[in-house]
Write a protein that binds this ligand. Sequence first.
Ligand code: GCB
Length: 618
Amino acid sequence: MRITTYTLLLLLIFTAGIKAQGNLITNIKNRKTLSLNGSWHYIVDPYETGFYDYRYKELKEDNGDAYWNTGIPANKTAKKEHGYNDKYTIEVPGDWNHQKPEFLFYEGTIWYQKTFDYKKQPNGNKYYVYFGAINYRADVYLNGKKLGMHKGGFTPFNFEVPAALLKDTGNFLVVKVDNKRYADEVPTLNTDWWNYGGITRDVALVEVPTTFIRDFMIQLKKPHNGVMPSKEPEVEGWIKLDHQPLAAQTVTVSIPELKLTKQFTTTDSLIPLNFKLPAQVKLWSPLAPKLYRVIVSTSTDKTEDEIGFRTIEAFGKKLLLNGKPLFMSGICIHGEIPQDVRRAYSQQDAAQLLGQARQLGCNMVRLAHYPHDEKMTRLADSLGILVWSEIPVYWTIDFGNAEVLNKAKSQLGEMITRDHNRASVIIWSVGNETPISTTRTNFMHNLIIKAKQLDSTRLVSAALEVNYGALKNQNMVDDPLGEFVDLVAFNEYLGWYGGLPDKCRTTNWGTPYNKPMFISETGAEGKSGFHADSLTRFSEEFQEWYFKEQIDMLKRMPDNFVGLSPWVLADFRSPKRNNPLYQEGWNRKGFYDDKGNKKKAFYILQKYYKQKSAETAK
Ligand code: GCB
């Protein structure tokens, strides 16, 4: 019965076709923009005095005491208790915690303010203010008018700026940023990472024509039953115009290097695409990450992107990239630059993190536990590194709350929308280590359905729970969610949490699901420079021993084992890690320490990955 309902559901999903989500403008990099990065003014407001009156009611838009209004006194007798001043400035993008010592532990509200000029076109173009990410809640105001509110700390959003509101000079942009944690948000109160607050990614004003190409998806169709992409592989996708065109429009897709031009005439705002690529197309893969310039144009708008073409499929026990078995030599990465103790946001940051993964010998990265900066997935595209991208549905989310499900869905939608043209991204993950219950499984299943509606070309997974000691010397990954994911992924810390690493010698792993199996985390702490015998916890030698035992165990994995992404590339900040000798606020499971030095375990994993890549090259 369960299977039948599920099959019906899948049928519904696929017959519904691919859906475009929300009003997010994608591909900002290739649009006309004014960067609003740089120095902003700020006011720290732990009591939210700029938002509520003394009866704790939200202030009216035109109230001069509201912090979205200037704070400049009209005359010398006027009383003003706020204002923006060059004495108080902060850099955008960037979390606030690392910028001032007094912000290190701050969780609350900070108001950001920037003044900018913009010469509007007389032709009635549209304007949007675009944020790469703000953690967690953002209330955005321009020239005293509220543009909108967004929640979710790691995904992009934009608000339209009515043309009449935008001035040629002296636009007063204010963002109220609040990173307080709540039980009914995503993530919830408890995480093993630092809750960096602020405008953490790029900000821009975007200008587009009245009818514009809001978004498009151009990907190879997912193959079925392990078939190699044919010589002329099939593209599946769509183009989304901002609104219904008044008259028939011709929309053109061209890929100059392939001498391909396709035209579609439409009166709809969503144009489905279905065409073949010519035989000379080179498929994207980690060894040959070929990208093509793809141009989409209408009579009024034109945008382009660099897109790689590849297929990914979970077929029986195997994972197939372009129809060939794939082993993922991965690593988990936090979006943090440890040597500066801050969130990652720049091109250089992406180059550091992916460069370190490359040195370790990885062909895959799990971007944990939230969507990382777009520069990461774009760089992964050009370097040929496969990506697992995840939303922060982490641990004990309020699974019974329908509002929380909506919050998770909107973050999922924004993650997929931003990156659905990235060849590197092969797996959307809907969460990590969520405790088993019917309510949880329904919640997660809903997210999986949504991910498949938005993107039928990729795999959907989640880091599942392990049933330890299900059988004698055998752990099973039989989390009921396994029925709905494409890849059975699980986190195991055999030898760190529970027992010592030699436990690996007698432990076997299995899953009742006839699907590929992936270790999405495994790790142990090792404080860089602390040397002792291998039985001493927190020593580099313990961590090294842990990985030796783990890797020996991997040789006994069942034949559906398709890879691993150990925990974690580099030491990272966590308020939960308070051992005064070895941790001091850091999770020390990194292969690199917080200064970028390699620990002993690095060389163990690197050697294993070298062997794996030699085996697959045969
Ligand atoms: C986990 C979590 C990860 C933690 C890690 C640890 O299972 O998924 O976020 O940081 O273990 O170090 O305990």
